[in-house]
Design a binder for this molecule. Structure first.
Ligand SMILES: [Zn+2]
Length: 465
């Protein structure tokens, strides 16, 4: 009996198993995830292309087009990104690892230089590129300070540590040739003229891209007819020096060889301009007025002086040092104002300048250090001539300096060309008083009197700022 029961139990169990197994299978089937992906972790190359759809193996009971994805992958930045695949109410997460595994691309070329140049890696690199940041350096930096050929290894490493090494050569040679100076052909200058001796002069070198160039014109006396020389010295970084002498022929300027006095009156016009002009007319003498814009009520005197054959020069519009010498731009803006005023009165552009305080003034240093050094060069480059003086009447030492003193100082000069500094202001009555005696003195000495032009003898003071 016992045995029989056991058998029956086995039979029931077997029957149950046969009945239940497919049911379990069906149940299992109903719970199954229908979305099958290729990888749960995707390795993705930096800057590559990535399509999440390619990771779908198949969709049970549907098709890949029905799958949506969520989440962004920044292919320009290494990192781990999560994206979600969504199908009906099912979802799967996948990690995308954006990595740079490709070593940089590097192209190098040989480099030849002298022994003086500092060797940097960029001299050898033709091209370098990578998906991420890349740094280039020497594999084994050396001094490379002998004249010979070296093997040089250049390495490029990207931010993920991928490395490319390329070999090339560095040729160090001893540079023994100096730079080449050109543009120093012979030149002719009119006596008393001015030349920018650096204009058009260039220097080049086979090794040094920036050789130095110095010009020395201290031996070039443009006030004396004859031949003189300007010396150019160029030097490369290896210390090779080239020196070139440029021949300058100073042609005689007729006016320069006459004994001439240039009477100059600064700061006008004023109440005294008419009296000065009367005297000049009486003696049939030409002079020069360096005018300002401060006495507009006497503008008619500028017109009269011009009409009577005198030269009108540009002194300053404001005569306020702090304004005029505030900057180079301020100087030229003031100059333009007085230039425009003169042109509007005379109809002619003046190219004659007298700097307030003269080119040797030091007061400008208070406002702009070095300004006179730049202005004296730049006004000439712009086509002006500036005139200092080689004889000071000293009438600016105070008001009503005794006429005898002014005469004494004004006739103290002893040279072929005399440029006398005087002033034309309301207060300078003794200057007017002294003027006839000054003219008479120089006339007796055989001098003629001329108004300034840009070609005239131009005394230039030593620049102190
Ligand atoms: Zn002045």
């Amino acid at each position: 009996m016992k045995r029989l029961r056991r058998r029956r139990r086995l039979l029931i169990a077997a029957m149950l198993a046969v009945l239940l197994l497919p049911a379990g299978g069906i149940l299992l089937f109903l719970n199954m995830h229908p979305l099958f992906l290729k990888q749960d972790v995707i390795e993705q190359e930096l800057q590559g292309s990535f399509d999440p759809a390619e990771n779908i193996r198949y969709v049970f009971g549907g098709n890949p087009e029905q799958v949506r994805t969520e989440g962004d992958v920044d292919l320009s930045k290494p990192g781990d990104y999560t994206i979600k695949y969504l199908y009906k109410h099912y979802s799967r997460k996948v990690t995308v690892q954006v990595r740079d595994t490709v070593p940089p691309e590097l192209e190098v070329h040989p480099y030849t230089t002298d022994l003086a140049e500092e060797i940097t890696v960029d001299k050898f690199v033709e091209k370098v590129s990578d998906a991420s940041e890349v740094s280039v350096d020497f594999q084994d930096p050396e001094e490379w300070n002998e004249a010979k050929e070296y093997k040089v290894c250049i390495k490029a490493i990207d931010s993920e540590g991928n490395k490319t090494v390329k070999e090339t050569t560095l040729t160090r040679i001893k540079d023994e040739t100096g730079p080449v100076i050109s543009g120093t052909d012979e030149i002719e200058v009119l006596q008393g003229g001015w030349v920018d001796f650096l204009a058009g002069v260039t220097v080049s070198d086979d090794m040094d891209p920036n050789p130095s160039l110095d010009m020395d014109d201290t031996k070039a006396d443009l006030n004396t007819p004859g031949v003189c020389y300007v010396v150019y010295t160029a030097k490369d970084r290896s210390g090779n020096v080239t020196e070139v002498e440029r021949k300058v022929t100073v042609k005689e300027n007729e006016e320069m060889n006459e004994k001439t006095v240039y009477l100059t009156f600064d700061d006008g016009p004023s109440l005294n301009t008419g009296k000065i002009l009367d005297i000049l007319r009486e003696y049939n003498v030409r002079a020069t007025f360096f005018v300002t814009g401060n006495n507009r009520e006497h503008d008619d005197m500028i017109k009269r002086a011009y009409d009577e054959g005198h030269s009108i020069g540009l002194h300053t519009y404001t005569h306020d040092y702090s304004e005029v010498y505030a900057s180079k731009e301020a100087y030229f803006s003031d100059l333009q104002k007085i230039s425009d005023l003169v042109e509007s009165i005379t109809g002619e552009k003046s190219r004659l300048i007298r700097f307030p305080g003269g080119s040797s003034n030091t007061v400008s240093a208070k406002y702009t250090p070095g300004i006179m050094t730049e202005l004296t060069r730049e006004v000439l480059e712009k086509g002006y001539q500036y005139f200092d003086w080689n004889c000071d009447s000293t009438d600016a030492e105070g008001n009503n300096v005794p006429a005898e003193k002014i005469v004494k100082n004004a006739v103290s000069a002893d040279s072929k060309h005399i440029n006398i500094l005087m002033h034309d202001t309301d207060a300078k009555n003794t200057t007017v008083e002294a003027l006839p005696k000054i003219i008479e003195y120089y006339r007796e000495q055989g001098y003629s009197f001329k108004a300034l032009t840009t070609e005239s003898f131009a005394p230039h003071h030593h620049v102190n700022n």
